[in-house]
Write a protein that binds this ligand. Structure first.
Ligand SMILES: Cc1cc2nc3c(=O)[nH]c(=O)nc-3n(C[C@H](O)[C@H](O)[C@H](O)COP(=O)(O)OP(=O)(O)OC[C@H]3O[C@@H](n4cnc5c(N)ncnc54)[C@H](O)[C@@H]3O)c2cc1C
Length: 266
């Protein structure tokens, strides 16, 4: 690990000012991804700005059909929150399936979305529900936020402060976890409301994406059987020692069918 200066920010302004003052500084939230990256010397920031103690970045509230979750809210808090369980049960369930207890006790929603790991869980919920990512400068809808492998619309000096989740209709999440890490080999988040159905797939490709053909099929009939004849195009999917493209395409379909069955009770 290379040497760096550690800054414990007490306010969002302090974090923003420090980030602006040092072009090679990095934000530290739960450290679950960043610390291993530093240990492997894949990143060499001059400053680590710890935002984990900023009260304004924490908390869960429900108002006027919007569930707002602070960026520094830990996965375990989302998983156990009665407010989240009532408003968007699938989101609480998703959080309960991330990694292991240690990861859930440290990792944060903002860190996960900013990192945009192609196998992470939260991006699929955000894209399916088209959540709004609120930063210290603007609001970005999920449709515009995720831009491929570990890439988002965030500028290098931008901080996610909260995520706003629309509370409408029904949703469900299913993933096939990698047995070692818990990351999704393939996961599907399905959201259904009066405007239609959105299906977001994680783990299978180089980044989270919507499966439009499944959305169209489910628009006609909200039933897992509606997906029977579909096959997710495998050409652009991930292939590694854990699974081929075709395996992941099939797994994504199976996870989507399970999520639809859970959501529709069929
Ligand atoms: C063993 C293991 C298993 C895991 N399994 C899973 C899993 O099953 N599913 C899953 O989804 N994830 C999994 N993770 C990842 C975990 O969810 C992390 O919490 C997450 O990827 C990063 O969140 P963090 O708060 O730890 O962020 P950090 O590691 O502190 O930061 C990650 C990146 O995000 C940036 N960042 C952090 N907060 C903000 C912010 N508010 N605004 C802008 N940028 C920010 C940092 O600068 C850094 O670049 C696993 C991790 C480990 C180590």
């Amino acid at each position: 690990m290379h040497a760096f200066s550690y800054v414990k920010a007490r306010t969002l302004k302090e974090a923003t000012d420090t980030l602006l003052a040092h072009s090679e500084a990095k934000l530290l939230a739960g450290g679950m991804t960043l610390i291993p990256t530093l240990k492997a010397r894949l990143a060499q920031p001059t400053h680590l700005i710890d935002i984990g103690g900023i009260e304004a970045l924490k908390g869960i509230s429900l108002k006027a059909g919007q569930l707002t979750i602070g960026a520094a809210t830990r996965h375990v808090e989302v998983a156990n929150s009665p407010v989240v369980k009532r408003a968007i049960p699938a989101l609480a369930y998703l959080a309960s399936q991330i990694g292991d207890p240690q990861v859930r006790n440290r990792g944060t929603m903002g860190g996960s979305l900013a990192n945009n790991d192609p196998a992470a869980d939260y991006p699929s919920a955000a894209l399916s529900l088209n959540a709004t990512i609120v930063t210290n400068r603007r609001e970005i809808v999920a449709d515009d936020f995720f831009q491929g492998l570990f890439t988002t619309a965030l500028d290098s000096d931008e901080i996610i402060t909260a995520v706003r989740w629309p509370v409408v209709g029904k949703s469900a999440y299913e993933k096939f976890p990698h047995p070692a890490s818990g990351y999704a080999m393939a996961g599907a988040f399905v959201a259904h409301n009066t405007k239609g159905t959105r299906v977001a797939i994680t783990g299978a490709g180089p980044g989270v994406f919507r499966w439009m053909e499944a959305e169209q099929a489910l628009g006609k009939k909200m039933n897992a059987k509606a997906l029977e004849a579909l096959q997710l195009e495998a050409a652009d999917l991930n292939e590694d020692m854990h699974g081929t493209k075709e395996y992941r395409a099939n797994l994504a379909k199976v996870m989507t069918k399970r999520a639809v069955a859970k959501l529709s009770g069929k």
